[in-house]
Write a protein that binds this ligand. Structure first.
Ligand code: HEM
Length: 267
């Protein structure tokens, strides 16, 4: 059989598995309530974007390991563009009023974005790791296995520091061999080195700026999400069992790459 004949059998629907995709939106409310469809679709779309972000972030680390900063930057640009779309999509959910949400909220039971393992995977890749987050997923589940794997992997920041060391910067050995499950703590040594990058090395300064964009983009998503939560459920508890907006507000002030923020006032 020629390739052309084989290709002719592939259609839009079969390639993208459209039938399977369209069967995945299953409201739980009686009726069902009109707005539950939007709620399901938007969460599913987010999970797909999370999947794509992980796919691209893995590539950024790989490109840094391969000493290809320009390609890493190009991929980071894609990550940032996706993040912008993800933030903008919250506007759609904000067209749902508190009462429209309440019409089906009880059907969510304990389900919450809090339980999105892909969101936790993104946090892990970017350095915000937590073994407690892994323990929330059942033994033997896909989610738990994925989180275990991400937990053990070096973070994007580690890949960046290794890259800078290969570029000739004096990254202290303790940073290159650090226990990568620990949070990235601010470091005076790294800040000194980053100031040197910003002052004398346009190529790598540009790369640093894209990492700041990434950090800011994640913070932007968190901020917009918490505002949406406040306007939809006020200060009520979350379905995931946290204090709700009060918990989310506490996550706002934690930068992923603290050194890149610290140096701004000293440049
Ligand atoms: C009406 C819409 C929404 C409401 C009222 C809402 C509410 C909440 C609340 C209260 C929490 C805190 C955890 C809890 O106790 O449940 C939370 C966490 C979270 N939500 Fe939403 N959410 C909404 C939409 C979304 C959407 C569309 C996404 C996209 C995937 C999302 C993703 C997340 C994530 C990832 C967390 C965990 C954040 C963290 O722990 O830092 N949420 N949400």
């Amino acid at each position: 059989m020629s390739d052309a004949t084989t290709d002719a059998a592939v259609t839009y629907g079969s390639y993208l598995k459209v039938d399977e995709l369209l069967a995945l939106q299953q409201p739980r409310s009686a009726g069902p309530e009109h707005d539950e469809m939007l709620f399901i679709v938007i969460h599913q779309v987010y999970e797909l974007w999370f999947k794509e972000l992980l796919h691209e972030l893995d590539r950024v680390s790989l490109l840094l390991k391969g000493d290809e900063p320009h390609k890493a930057q190009h991929t980071l640009k894609r990550v940032l563009t996706i993040l912008k779309v993800m933030v903008a999509q919250l506007d759609i959910l904000e067209t749902m009023t508190p009462l429209e949400f309440l019409s089906f909220r009880e059907r969510l039971a304990a389900a919450s974005g809090f339980q999105s393992d892909q969101f936790r995977q993104i946090e892990f890749v970017l350095g915000a790791k937590s073994d407690k987050a892994i323990a929330r997923f059942p033994e033997g589940s896909r989610a738990r296995a994925a989180l275990h794997r991400r937990y053990a992997e070096p973070t994007l920041w580690d890949a960046f520091l290794q890259y800078l060391a290969r570029e000739g910067y004096q990254v202290p050995p303790a940073h290159l061999t650090r226990d990568t499950v620990q949070p990235v703590e601010p470091s005076e040594d790294i800040q000194r080195l980053l100031i040197e990058v910003y002052r004398n090395d346009a190529k790598n300064a540009e790369l640093c700026e894209r990492l700041v964009d990434l950090d800011e983009g994640i913070q932007e998503w968190r901020y917009r999400h918490v505002k949406m939560v406040e306007r939809t459920i006020g200060m009520k508890q979350g379905t995931g069992g946290s204090s709700g907006a009060a918990y989310l507000i506490r996550t706002l002030s934690r930068p992923l790459f603290p050194d890149l923020w610290e140096i701004r006032s000293r440049l």
